[in-house]
Design a protein around this ligand. Structure first.
Ligand SMILES: Nc1ncnc2c1ncn2[C@@H]1O[C@H](COP(=O)(O)OP(=O)(O)OP(=O)(O)O)[C@@H](O)[C@H]1O
Ligand SMILES: [Mg+2]
Length: 446
């Protein structure tokens, strides 16, 4: 019998500290920290957020008011993310929070944006080498001070993070503060490059457009981030389907022109998972574009008025088709594949209308006439909970005139001009004259 051996399959700390962190952008790392704060902010109503209808009802419920603030402070030497949500108890910190990856017993049915059990750890390692976390909770929170290099060099098994208990506090004093200092060199460089903060603001405003104003106020520096919501016209095609415990609402219609024009950043497909924007303004093969055979055509400027929404909801967020960074779609997911087939059909109804209306070169699309076609604006949520319906293109207006064009011999045109004693007459004039002559003398029109 063959000799049985046990091959070494122990994880390396380096995998988590310097390898997995390569797969996530710096923006996405910050969003991972914000995700946890938002997830904690919605926890009090999370039992109502299980379906698209539930989301709509909570959004319409005036008694649900934003109660959590998230503050992000970025400087060359350190970054800080602080919230006043419910905090993390010492027991939860001890048993769940710092585990790399979630096990079945870590799962919490109240989570809507927390899925894989990696976000916080990957984000702090991406940022820097000195980590301080302080969390206050009604049952008593904790403090953590972690020197990443020292922890990396320590080979003790199993891996642990040193935490100390904090005393219980009343609910209004709860919250979590994460400070990372001794930033990785590329991180300080990006934070100070004059572009990054703007990119992060835009990403937050897109990603949490639903959550901002209803559940949380997110400050970047001293300025609150405004939500960027892309509404859709009520004249739309929509469809809802249920795929393996995930509800999916798809809608396509005409967007809302900003400043009189349809903008690139607000056109294309928008994909939401549990209310978090995962993909924005997509015009790539990911969402079916540039696949004229079985999908949609190559996106052209004339398609700019197109807006499509796909709203996935599940009370088991692991079933949603997002990647672990939540900035992308798991394209192989059966749920995504099924949704994509429906997106193509829903999207085509609007795209063929735009194709028929504008030439390929047309980049300037008059927004006023399309506004009538689009009808009043409605939110993504209202569209996600509506019954199935179809986009109605406006009746094609019949033109009263038609252009007549044909070639005639120059010598013949001259002959007619001379006959009429008007030698300077051009071809178009001769054409018009002879046409009217026939109309009057043969047809008998006055
Ligand atoms: N600001 C916070 N407020 C309350 N709880 C938090 C906060 N940050 C982290 N936690 C807790 O820590 C846990 C671990 O966070 P982490 O981001 O590593 O994984 P996750 O959110 O469970 O999954 P994902 O990989 O999808 O982010 C969370 O599930 C949550 O319970
Ligand atoms: Mg998380």
């Amino acid at each position: 019998m063959a000799e049985r051996l046990n091959a070494d399959a122990r994880p390396e700390k380096r995998l988590f500290i310097s390898l997995l962190t390569r797969d996530i952008s710096l923006v996405a790392a910050f969003l991972d920290l914000v995700d946890n704060s938002v997830n904690a902010a919605v926890e009090p109503v999370s039992d109502r957020l299980k379906t698209a209808n539930g989301y709509q009802q909570v959004f319409d419920d005036a008694t649900v008011q934003p109660s959590v603030n998230v503050y992000l402070k970025l400087a060359e030497a350190s970054v800080e993310v602080r919230d006043n949500a419910g905090g993390i108890s010492a027991a939860t910190a001890e048993q769940h929070v710092f585990k790399f990856g979630r096990s079945a017993e870590d799962a919490d049915t109240r989570d809507r944006l927390s899925v894989y059990g990696i976000g916080l750890k990957r984000a702090i390692f991406k940022l820097g080498r000195q980590i301080t976390i302080r969390s206050d909770h009604v049952e008593g929170g904790f403090d953590l001070k972690l020197n990443v290099d020292r922890w990396a060099a320590d080979t003790t098994q199993p891996w642990t993070f040193p935490i100390t208990r904090r005393d219980p506090v009343p609910p209004e004093k709860c919250g979590t503060t994460i400070i990372v200092s001794d930033l990785n060199e590329e991180v300080s460089r990006r934070i100070c490059d004059g572009l990054f903060v703007g990119q992060l603001r835009e990403a937050i405003s897109r990603t949490y457009a639903f959550y901002i104003a209803k559940f949380v106020t997110i400050y970047l520096g001293d300025q609150p981030v405004e939500p960027m919501i892309v509404d859709i016209g009520a004249n739309r095609t929509s469809e809802t389907l249920e795929i393996d415990g995930v509800s999916c609402a798809i809608a396509a219609g005409i967007g809302d022109p900003q400043g009189g024009a349809f903008r690139d950043r607000s056109s294309g497909w928008f994909i939401f998972c549990n209310g978090r924007t995962v993909i924005s303004a997509d015009k790539s093969p990911l969402t079916g574009w540039a696949n004229p055979g079985t999908g949609l055509p190559i996106f052209q400027p004339k398609h700019r008025p197109f807006v499509g929404h796909v709203f996935f909801v599940s009370d088991d967020p692991e079933k949603l088709p997002w990647t672990t960074t939540k900035a992308g779609i798991n394209e192989d997911s059966a749920i995504w594949q099924e949704a994509k087939r429906h997106m193509v059909v829903v999207g085509r109804s609007v795209i063929s209308f735009l194709d028929g209306r504008y030439t390929d070169e047309g980049t300037e699309i008059a927004s006023a006439d399309l506004r009538q076609v689009a009808q009043e604006r409605i939110s993504v949520l209202s569209s996600a909970v509506s019954a199935r319906r179809s986009f109605t293109p406006p009746p094609v207006a019949q033109s009263e005139t038609m252009r007549i064009q044909y070639d005639a011999k120059v010598s013949d045109i001259r002959k007619i001009a001379q006959y009429l004693r008007r030698p300077g007459m051009g071809g178009a004039e001769v054409g018009r004259h002879t046409f009217l002559y026939f109309l009057r003398n043969e047809v008998g029109e006055k």
